[in-house]
Write a protein that binds this ligand. Structure first.
Ligand code: 3H9
Length: 688
């Protein structure tokens, strides 16, 4: 194995090269030799200055996240940075690619930072349920100001080189060869004679923050307003406040304590699980690195409704040319008009510039003529969810699409293999199940049909990455992973109401758990008429929901549903009329009402959903339990800090879930509680 740390020398400047592929994470294998090398160079009279640079595609992307569950090994990263900061000669970080988390903290331990024009720096620890634990919360405020640092730390979002320079987080952007420029910068500083003040000793910005604490608190309040039950953003704020109020050594010690506490807690375990889960999800059986994706530059979308329009925007946002097809001109203009309106909304909210809006709109054109799709590399069907309609579209696409074009369906329930069979090229057909609004939601279920070719899957995965989606490959079944489990989750909704719960008590159990909203708020948002139509087509009934629909109470859009909504408002207000209606239904059906607590509500909604997840694994519809977690966190609002349903089940106790499913199966006899074989096995193994 090549050395992870090596040195080259140019005119008295030592360049310390770090080489730990793929992302130079600061695992023990890098920390130890780096520490030893820095000690050596500190003492070396022939070294006038030091540059830290990285081999490979990036600077250091952070601490090695996979080490966090293991016993710590010295030297720690704070030790390495403290040593770096004790060096009296100028030290310069030469940043290309990403300097993130511990990587950026290492750079903050240097006197100076120079970045390549396309480099990014940031402290994304919060996204892993952590805070920067190697001095980032104490050093960054000293460099860029406390409020600015707080923005970077609590959002976790990296900033580009230009912004970093404007903030003062870096000293220069290299114009040519990064390392050569860093070397001459270091040499000039060495010749200048100093003093070279470590970032930790710079007090000016801290002093300013100390004199305007109210402004800091205001920024802190805004920054954590969306913390949604997560602890890490609050600790990040506390750490930056400490940086203002405490001595640097005390602030560092407190930062370390809070880091260790978060690292050893449930929230970070869950978020780290998701970090690796999202990266695992793109590793798909039969689609190795040798399978090349087909290039996709021009995308066709059939259908300009809400879904089609959102999908068109997603591709245009990703820089692709898009042709949207509707059958009639009126529907087409309506669809295109909605797209324009959505972009205008982003501009007025400040999340998109006018220039970018125009560039994106310029990539989208409308047509009513299928032959305009003949040079598309990928065509996504987003028409009405009915097999006869899909058939017509796919037969037409089969006629007009060029050889090698990928034909995708956005179906959320229907049999993809049946859809593929409408064409003479089933191996080119794949499911691309977007979630509404498609230009916003990150999840993309990629449905692998029986005959979908590996390079078609590779194309779907690569396109997903290009448009910033989080893909999960799933097999063909009714509702795929997400909607199938959702159906299991809502199976007992009506029974809970009839036996004694209220819409708001059920929803509260969900929001207390961390979901953004409960199932009845969700139905009100989506429209009760949609599930009513679905029930009618299946010959099913739901006494409470059906009665509401018969009264024309379809949820938010009609101002009444399971809740009441004041004119123009979205806040659900419990409706005594609905509660009376539920009680009347219970009487009518001879059901004795009783108090139903939050625990029972979770047992009768989330446990069946996890049980369905186990069935999905059993049938091979999802390749791994972690894929199911990625689906639920990114597409259905499962609280990120709990890691997804299957991760949560493992931490909570699969055996406990099994026992309660058996109990409820005994009480009700309902199939939704019958434990899946995979769940029984997993309960014994305490793992999926
Ligand atoms: C931290 O630094 C704490 C400190 O404050 C305090 C310490 C005391 N560790 O994402 P990719 C793997 S917390 C271990 O597909 P890209 C990744 O799993 C850390 N492994 O590439 C994948 O493995 P595989 C703060 C890591 O080009 C491979 O590298 N830092 C780490 O799309 C390629 O990754 C962060 O949160 C890691 N730190 O994106 C940054 N990073 O090939 C985390 C990556 O086996 N990293 N791997 O599936 C990233 O955001 C992206 O990896 C990056 C590159 C943007 C850098």
């Amino acid at each position: 194995m090549a050395d992870t740390v090596s040195v080259t020398r140019q005119d008295g400047v030592a360049v310390v090269w770090l080489d730990n592929p793929p992302v130079n994470a600061l695992g023990h294998a890098l920390r130890q030799p780096l520490h030893a090398m820095l000690e050596k160079l500190r003492a070396d009279a022939d070294t006038a200055a030091i540059v830290i640079a990285c081999k490979g595609r990036t600077f250091v992307a952070g601490a090695d996240i996979s080490e966090f569950g293991q016993p710590p090994k010295a030297p720690s990263l704070p030790d390495v940075i403290a040593l770096l900061e004790s060096i009296g000669k100028p030290t310069v970080a030469a940043i290309h690619g990403n300097a993130l988390g511990g990587g950026f903290e290492l750079a903050l331990g240097c006197h100076y930072r120079i970045a390549a024009p396309d480099a990014r720096v940031g402290l994304p620890e919060v996204t892993l349920g952590l805070l920067p634990g190697a001095g980032g919360t104490v050093r960054l405020p000293r460099l860029v100001g406390a409020r600015e640092a707080l923005g970077v730390i609590v959002s976790g979002k990296p900033v580009n080189a230009e912004k970093a320079l404007a903030l003062g987080a870096i000293d220069a952007i290299a114009e040519g060869d990064l390392v050569a420029e860093a070397v001459s910068f270091a040499r000039a500083r060495a010749e200048g004679g100093g003093p070279h003040v470590p970032v930790l000793k710079r007090e000016e910005k801290i002093e300013a923050a100390r004199n305007d604490l109210d402004a800091f608190e205001e920024t802190a309040k805004a920054a954590t307003a969306n913390a949604r039950g997560l602890t890490a953003p609050l600790r990040c704020t506390e750490a930056v406040r400490n940086a203002i109020l405490l001595e640097p050594s005390q602030a560092l010690a407190r930062e370390r304590e809070m880091f260790v506490e978060l690292r050893d807690g449930e929230e970070s375990a869950a978020l780290r699980h998701l970090f690796f889960a999202e990266r695992e999800a793109v590793k798909v059986e039969g689609v190795g690195k040798d399978v090349a994706a087909r290039p996709v530059r021009h995308v066709g979308i059939v259908g300009a409704g809400t879904m089609g329009g959102g999908i068109a925007m997603a591709f245009a946002n990703g820089g692709m040319r898009v042709t949207v097809l509707e059958v009639g001109d009126e529907a087409l203009q309506r669809g295109l008009g909605q797209i324009e309106k959505n972009y205008a909304g982003s501009v007025s909210r400040g999340s998109l510039s006018e220039k970018d809006k125009l560039a994106r709109l310029a990539r989208i054109r409308g047509t009513t003529d299928y032959t305009d799709m003949s040079d598309c590399d990928l065509i996504v069907e987003a028409v009405f969810e009915e097999m006869g309609v899909k058939r017509k579209v796919f037969e037409k696409l089969d006629e007009v699409a060029r050889d090698g074009a990928v034909l995708a369906s956005n179906t959320s329930y229907l049999d993809l293999d049946a859809i593929a069979a409408f064409t003479k090229r089933p191996s080119d057909v794949v499911g691309l199940h977007f979630f509404s609004p498609a230009h916003v939601m990150r999840l993309l279920e990629i449905v692998r049909g029986e005959r979908t070719a590996p390079e078609v899957l590779a194309t779907a995965l690569s396109v997903a990455k290009a448009i910033g989606k989080t893909p999960v490959v799933v097999g063909v079944c009714d509702g795929f992973v997400g909607n199938r489990m959702l159906a299991a989750r809502r199976e007992e909704n009506e029974a809970l109401l009839l036996e004694g719960a209220s819409p708001s008590s059920v929803d509260k159990a969900f929001t207390d758990f961390g979901w953004p909203m409960g199932p009845f708020q969700m139905v009100d948002l989506a429209g009760l008429d949609i599930s009513w139509r679905h029930r009618q087509s299946q010959g099913l009934t739901a006494p409470v929901a059906d009665s509401l629909c018969e009264l024309g109470y379809f949820g938010q859009k009609t101002g009444r549903g399971f809740y009441r909504y004041d004119e123009g408002a979205r806040k659900p207000v419990p409706d005594p009329f609905v509660e009376e209606l539920i009680e009347a239904k219970s009487r009518e059906l001879g059901i004795e009402r009783r108090a139903i607590g939050a625990e029972e509500i979770l047992e009768r909604t989330m446990y069946p959903m996890i049980n369905e997840g186990a069935r999905i694994l059993e049938e091979g519809i999802a390749a791994r339990a972690s894929d199911i977690d990625v689906v639920w966190v990114n597409g259905y609002g499962f609280p990120r800090g709990k890691g997804g349903p299957m991760f949560w089940a493992r931490r909570h106790g699969i055996d406990k879930i099994l026992a309660r499913l058996e109990y409820w199966h005994g009480v009700t006899g309902k199939p939704v509680y019958r434990p899946a074989r995979k769940l029984v096995e997993a309960a014994a193994a305490a793992s999926w």
